[in-house]
Design a protein around this ligand. Structure first.
Ligand SMILES: CC(C)(COP(=O)(O)OP(=O)(O)OC[C@H]1O[C@@H](n2cnc3c(N)ncnc32)[C@H](O)[C@@H]1OP(=O)(O)O)[C@@H](O)C(=O)NCCC(=O)NCCS
Length: 428
């Protein structure tokens, strides 16, 4: 009769143990009983980079990397990208269900009410050096917001947490737009509450002399990109938000840790690398030589491959469609032609097929952002804007999870044993 347990024999002692298996996992703490002596600490698992460790239970995002499936709260990403607004998706992620009209109206108006930031934030921004990176500025000002909302520390009150989630959703477009204006030396544009979430952000970003003619195709394209980036379960920045948030710090500080993680080139920066690669290739005729270089191990095809997706990244498929719509508006970019041809060749090449390397979310997103008028070093700020609802939902879920405690991994100590202090004159 099969049992949902795992039998372990410790060959050091000959002892056997039986530990429960649930949800395809064993509890690491169940191994602690495996000891060689009374004073032994007990067996631990060693898992650098958490390659095979579930650190939480989560009901937010489901990914099946082999089959190219991504769902938020059970809804396929394709349907949300086609039919939902970004604020609906944000509500879904945070609150668990798609909002009714009345709930959406309240959520939208709560967010609209909180779009302004304290004017002192502008002084912080003005204090950055002329060439400050947009992500460095964003993580600084989001962290600084914690000092403006000391009430955010009352995290055990769900109503209070709701207000903080609303504040972060409401203020991130304002801050992202201010950062954009700062990099360009343009005067800040304040939020306009007659505009919708995306329209307001785009207006604050691009308005000149108080004027901006909205382009509905580009705005919807941006909205879809934000939806596609809204959550991706326990990635590096989300894990950072959860770990930092588990200390009980306020959400502004925890989210700024997420922004810091996203800033890293291995996480949020790959779409920049795609553009640099397309620049390097320069012309369609150079593609075969470039592919040969990649195949011989000289560099990688940026925007291809994924740690989790071993088939076409479902977000990349949707982004390709968005790219077509955007380029129909803005005119064809020669880099897009190179990208399309690169993809065509790579997808029919044995090297990429064998290794299950498909375009990922970053392959076309950079091209789209560039066509919309965003500078390359700003792309990750757009990623942060999109990821905000995911970070907030995961932070909320972590706080409600009775099994969670302050995040505190173990280590295998590899340093010296105890030794005697050596006076400075006697050191070699
Ligand atoms: C995303 C990424 C880091 C995932 O890496 P991973 O799951 O650890 O995969 P590995 O590095 O183990 O690669 C497996 C094999 O595919 C090859 N490979 C992986 N990505 C490749 C790429 N983009 N171009 C060429 N070859 C690639 C590796 O060289 C390796 O080949 P080998 O088995 O002959 O040694 C990797 O695919 C990559 O570097 N992609 C380019 C950067 C990028 O687009 N990042 C954005 C991710 S959203």
């Amino acid at each position: 009769m099969p049992k949902d347990t795992l039998s372990i024999t410790d060959n050091r002692t000959g002892q056997s143990y039986e530990v429960p298996v649930a949800d395809g996992t064993i509890k690491a703490m169940d191994l602690r009983q495996v000891r060689v002596s009374e004073d032994d600490f007990g067996l631990m698992t060693y898992d650098p980079a958490f390659m095979n460790t579930a650190a939480c239970r989560s009901a937010i995002t489901y990914i099946d990397g082999d089959r190219g499936i991504l769902r938020y709260r059970g809804y396929p990403i394709e349907e949300l990208a086609d039919r939902a607004s970004f604020l609906e998706v944000a509500y879904l992620l945070s609150e668990g269900e798609l909002p009714t009209q009345a709930q959406l109206d309240k959520w939208t108006s709560d967010i609209r009410y909180h779009t302004y930031v304290h004017t002192n934030i502008i002084r912080f921004l003005e204090g950055f050096r002329y060439d400050a990176h947009p992500m460095g500025m964003l993580l600084g000002v989001v962290g600084a917001l914690s000092t403006f909302y000391p009430d955010a520390k009352e995290m055990h009150d769900p109503a209070n947490r709701y207000i903080q989630r609303v504040r972060l959703m409401a203020k991130i477009p304002t801050l992202a737009a201010f950062v954009f204006r700062q990099t360009r030396g343009l005067p800040y544009q304040f939020p306009r509450n007659d505009l919708d979430y995306i329209g307001n952000y785009v207006n604050m970003t691009f308005s000149i002399g108080g004027q901006h003619k909205p382009n509905p195709v580009l705005q919807r394209a941006l909205e879809i990109l934000l939806i596609l980036h809204a959550d991706h379960e326990q990635n590096c920045s989300t894990s950072a938000v959860r770990a930092v948030g588990s200390s009980g710090v306020d959400p502004f500080s925890a989210i700024s840790a997420g922004i810091a993680a996203l800033y890293g080139p291995l996480h949020g920066g790959a779409n920049e690398a795609v553009l640099r690669m397309l620049d390097e290739i320069g012309d369609k005729s150079s593609i075969p030589a470039f592919i040969e270089k990649v195949k011989s191990g000289e560099g990688r095809l940026m925007g291809f491959g994924h740690r989790v997706y071993k088939s076409y990244d479902p977000r990349a498929k949707l982004i390709k469609r968005v790219a077509d719509q955007v380029f129909a508006e803005t005119g064809l970019n020669p880099k897009l032609e190179i990208a399309v041809e690169l993809e065509r060749i790579a997808l029919s090449d044995e090297y990429f097929i064998k290794r299950k390397l498909y375009p990922n979310v970053d392959f076309y997103s950079g091209l789209i952002y560039q066509a919309m008028g965003y500078p390359t070093e700003y792309f990750t700020v757009l990623f942060a804007l999109g990821r905000m609802p995911g970070w907030l939902a995961q932070w909320e879920e972590m706080l409600q999870d009775k099994e969670q405690k302050i995040a505190r991994p173990r280590q295998i100590y590899t340093g010296e044993d105890q030794r005697e202090f050596v006076e400075i004159g006697k050191r070699k």
